[in-house]
Design a binder for this molecule. Sequence first.
Ligand code: GLN
Length: 486
Amino acid sequence: MLDKTVKELGDALQRKEFSSVELTRAFLDRSKTLNNEVNAFITFDEEQTLAQAKKADKILSTDNATALTGIPIAHKDIWCAKNWITTCGSRMLENFRSPYDAHIIKRFNEYGAVTLGKTNMDEFAMGSSNETSWFGNVKNPWDLNRVPGGSSGGSAAAVSAGMAPASTGTDTGGSIRQPAALCGISGLKPTYGLVSRYGMIAFASSLDQGGPMAKSAEDLAILLEAMVSFDAKDSTSLEKPTVNYSGGINRSMNGLRIGIPKEYFSDQTAPDVQKGVAEALKEYEKMGATLVDISLPTSPLSVAAYYVIAPAEASSNLSRFDGVRYGYRAPKYSDLNDMYAKTRAQGFGAEVKRRILIGTYVLSHGYYDAYYLKAQKVRRLISQDFAHAFKTCDVIMSPTTPSTAFQIGEKASDPVQMYLSDTFTIAANLAGLPAMSIPCGLDQNQLPIGLQLIGNYFDEAQMIAAAHQYQCVTDWHLKKPPLYGV
Ligand code: GLN
């Protein structure tokens, strides 16, 4: 039962093949054992988890069950969940127990899903390798010497290693898609505003977006249906008619126009990744899709613009961690200012401090126009590139990452190299577009390769259908890491 997709588990639960308590127990046992190696989870809370499973079993014996009732789901530890320790991967929140549920957690609870545990992540979601977590780095189930990607690395590794059937993540510059690619799973970042950010610990509010991570595109559709809902508590939440994503996955690919951005296909990308993506595109052509050459001329500037805008917003968002209201407070200090300084010096890690410094700098008088305003202009141009491109195509495809999973420590001392691993994912965040990653091959080291799909605004359904159709004719998403047999 640990092998099954969310869809299969939901069907089996409704047929009473096993109970939610049995299923949840099995995932808890496997997760707890494997966690010693993978470190995908920060927190388990068996009592709360099993209580939810028991409740789900009761619902399963009525007519009120949903596709998610009784399914254990691992949540990235950036989401506040009532009575759960919620750390955001930081020492600052090591002992913070949330008094309330994030909007999406509330939704999953209403759907009868079970919170399996809270997953490890880069500190405050800042990173591409999960090496910045206060709780130690996560290891890639395909090769324990390699990174799982970041910042939702725990959520990706958990699904990849069969520790959870599905998980949630957040994506500010690629943090769902990049780890999904590196761990060989499927992950989706919705259109900005579709999933409420209420209760997601803020990193860069104009870019942050939550989304699902799972074994298949079909599962992503099921999870997305629970996650998408208007929320008055998030001022950027959008009120949209409900879409039945899972009901719309059987679209024909005949005539689908796939945009191939020339800027995303260069020699900078590892040859095996180029090959994997090229073969995936051939599959689409076989299914009747046509490839259209497009250009996103401003996209080479996306990493630079992002590393001005995201730190600017982060420096403001993170000012709330001052030792007064909640979280860590330095044990010894001389006065109020010293308390602030020592708390933040001790509570935050190096990458978070680097972002706060950059952000404060680009927002300061005299630099605002030179950096922040300019980055915002670039952001606008990037959105316009996409608007132009979508006149001639229905969905855009590219590699998700320039390389497969890299070695732990390989880029840790070179932030710019680390930042460049998001070179293909960031533009979708700057434009607010939906995007996803699905597995499309293995490289010569048997490491997963990710195919990125970028859709037009609110066109998740098209993108998910395209991903699903690919998964109907290929089996890359079914490949399992060596650790799976353990
Ligand atoms: N890797 C990027 C960063 O460090 C993106 C992170 C994210 O999407 N949360 O900012």
